[in-house]
Design a protein around this ligand. Structure first.
Ligand code: ZN
Length: 179
């Protein structure tokens, strides 16, 4: 199980690299089990459950329509997105949170310093501040906390550095009889 989990994390990391999968118009696809790539340039993932879906990262505002379209291309209803989580609170990963929150009413969950950045609308990337629309964070979590929806549980691993609340999300998936 550990090996598969590590492979999944590696895959997600590679897919997050814009130089590798840069096109905003990338076709959405299933990565493994209930986890789907839904674009845009910096990588957003849809984790589906019977009780609604979790969206990991929303990209920039410019990617909002691409992500919505990709979710529907996969056959899912964007209105079924119930929870938004993020890798880290930089504008290229969370600027779209506000539009997606307005569209779906999804709950925003973020860790520590990233939750504060989202609520303040401040992205303190290297190179200066870039504006974010402030987003109401519904649940502020800590290292090791879990997010559960429809029988799917994600565990937050705090990985500060790139931002104060940068988070790796871990879960178990089933594929071809293996967990
Ligand atoms: Zn960043």
């Amino acid at each position: 199980m550990r090996r598969i989990t590590n492979l999944l994390l590696l895959s997600l990391t590679l897919i997050s690299m814009p130089a590798v999968y840069g096109a905003e118009s990338s076709e959405p696809f299933r990565i493994i089990d209930n986890i789907y790539w839904v674009g845009g340039t910096y990588g957003s993932y849809l984790i589906t459950t019977p009780d609604g879906h979790i969206l990991h990262d929303t990209g920039t505002n410019a990617m909002h329509d691409v992500i919505v379209s990709n979710v529907e291309t996969l056959g899912f209803d964007v209105q079924d997105i119930k929870i938004m989580i993020s890798s880290h609170a930089h504008f290229d990963h969370v600027q779209g949170h506000r539009l997606m929150q307005q569209l779906t009413g999804a709950q925003v969950i973020a860790l520590g310093g990233d939750a504060a950045a989202l609520e303040a609308g401040q992205d303190n990337s290297a190179g200066g501040f870039r504006g974010l629309e402030p987003v109401e964070v519904d649940r502020v979590i800590e290292d090791g906390d879990t997010v559960t929806l429809g029988g799917v549980t994600l565990t937050a691993l705090w990985t500060p550095g790139h931002t104060q609340g940068a988070t790796v999300w871990m879960t178990t998936v089933e594929e071809e009889g293996n967990s």
